[in-house]
Design a protein around this ligand. Structure first.
Ligand code: ADP
Length: 390
């Protein structure tokens, strides 16, 4: 089965073509376009590129196209990307303005250009379908809840991959199998409980609690704007701060939104950069704002992780993934500091040596395993598309 994964940004288009023979996935080709103004033209150019390079004889060889859609109104899961998905994306375009419109445009375009291919959308919210209601409700008036204002959670593909891979690393094939078939069969009973906390730390970040392969809660809520401080987005903020800032700073709502999405997070705190490498460097040179930016990030990761520790009633593994999680040894060390009483002990050498490779970085006598697991969201998506259609 040839599966094309389409990654549609507001001004970019990236693709990766997988041969999913055994369901495991081999990359046949990849490419991308920046400064895209017309996704239709760009998708046509990508298909022509695949044909002319000889990777495929004809675009008809592509069996399926997968889309990592973000947030749908009244719709989640891993579903065939038809009119229902388009309506769901359109319905929440205002909540995810950088993500939903390009995906809707891309799905329409692919259905025109590849009429015989199966189109599959995997919503980033899909992994949170089974989160208990108490962990997904906001204490807002009923009319707000009915308008769809609740916790959805994001980075679902990434955290689901961690659920599967961490179970494999812990020798828990029963749980790994539950995760693999989750979107087809739903949660299943397993032997002994397995409790994992997954830290996806990248340009945007989230922490998710996972029991027996199923998410029990996550740090991101209604929009990808919430939870941990992001590279330049604010993360969690007291709702009272917005009306106060409007009055005290004389700001209109669009400007507030701009500042909270573009000038906050690591950038806002540090005043240096939205890239943690620059923030690290400035902190090492003694910049106190850069130092506090890193400290706030660590504090928030620990705050969310500790909340899942309570919900899970203990922990078998803590995992790190994505750009910062895979490369940021000092952040990992700070997150794990002082947790020996919970049975979690890092091996400092293994931690320092681990960069963007899969590794166990806990000490030999740590009862909680700590893993670094590289993210590969395109592969995750290709696997889900394969499972959906197999
Ligand atoms: P996105 O969420 O945009 O997919 P990534 O998962 O690629 O992002 O993560 C991007 C983040 O990873 C950036 O903040 C970047 O600074 C950080 N990062 C990349 N390489 C390193 C590194 N060697 N050390 C620390 N952080 C890194």
């Amino acid at each position: 089965m040839l599966v094309l994964i389409a990654n549609l940004g507001s001004t970019s288009f990236k693709y990766r073509l997988f041969d999913m023979q055994a369901g495991d996935g081999r990359v046949l080709a990849q490419g991308g376009f920046e400064r895209v103004t017309d996704h239709g033209e760009t998708i046509e150019a990508a298909l022509a590129e695949l044909e002319s390079s000889g990777v495929i004889a004809s675009r008809k060889d592509i069996d399926a196209v997968g889309f990592k859609t973000v947030l749908g109104r009244n719709l989640s899961g891993c579903v065939e990307a038809g009119q229902e998905v388009l309506d769901a994306l359109d319905g929440f375009a205002a909540v995810a303005p950088a993500h939903n419109p390009p995906y809707a445009a891309g799905i329409r375009q692919f259905s025109r250009l590849l009429p015989e291919a199966r189109l599959v959308a995997l919503f980033e919210t899909a992994f949170y379908q089974w989160v208990p209601e108490a962990a997904s409700r906001y204490a807002v008036p009923r009319t707000w809840h009915e308008a769809g204002i609740r916790r959805y959670g994001f980075h679902g593909a990434s955290h689901k991959f961690i659920a599967e891979r961490s179970a494999e690393l812990l020798g828990r094939e029963d749980v790994a199998e539950v995760v693999r078939s989750l979107y087809q069969k739903g949660p299943q009973a397993v032997g002994t409980p397995l409790r994992v906390i997954s830290c996806h730390l990248g340009g945007s970040s989230s922490v998710t609690g996972i029991r027996n392969g199923v998410a029990i809660g996550t740090s991101m809520g209604f929009s990808p704007q919430s939870g941990l401080p992001q590279n330049n987005r604010v993360g969690d903020l007291d709702s009272g701060a917005i009306p106060y800032a409007m009055k005290a700073l004389g700001l209109e709502l669009p400007e507030i939104e701009r500042q909270l999405t573009k000038e906050s997070g690591l950038l806002g705190l540090s005043g240096v950069s939205n890239d943690i490498r620059d923030v690290n460097e400035a902190a090492a040179q003694g910049n106190p704002d850069a130092r506090i930016a890193l400290d706030v990030l660590v504090h928030e990761i620990r705050r969310w992780a500790s909340s899942f520790l309570f919900d899970l009633g203990g922990l078998d593994a803590l995992t790190f993934t994505a750009g910062i999680g895979e490369n940021g040894a000092p952040i990992r060390e700070a997150v794990c500091k002082g947790l020996e009483g919970f049975g979690l002990k890092l091996d400092p050498e293994k931690n320092a040596a681990c960069r963007a490779t899969e590794a166990e970085i806990s000490a030999a006598d740590s009862t909680v395993k700590v893993f670094v697991i590289p993210a590969n969201e395109e592969l995750v998506l290709a696997r889900e598309v394969f499972r959906k259609l197999s």
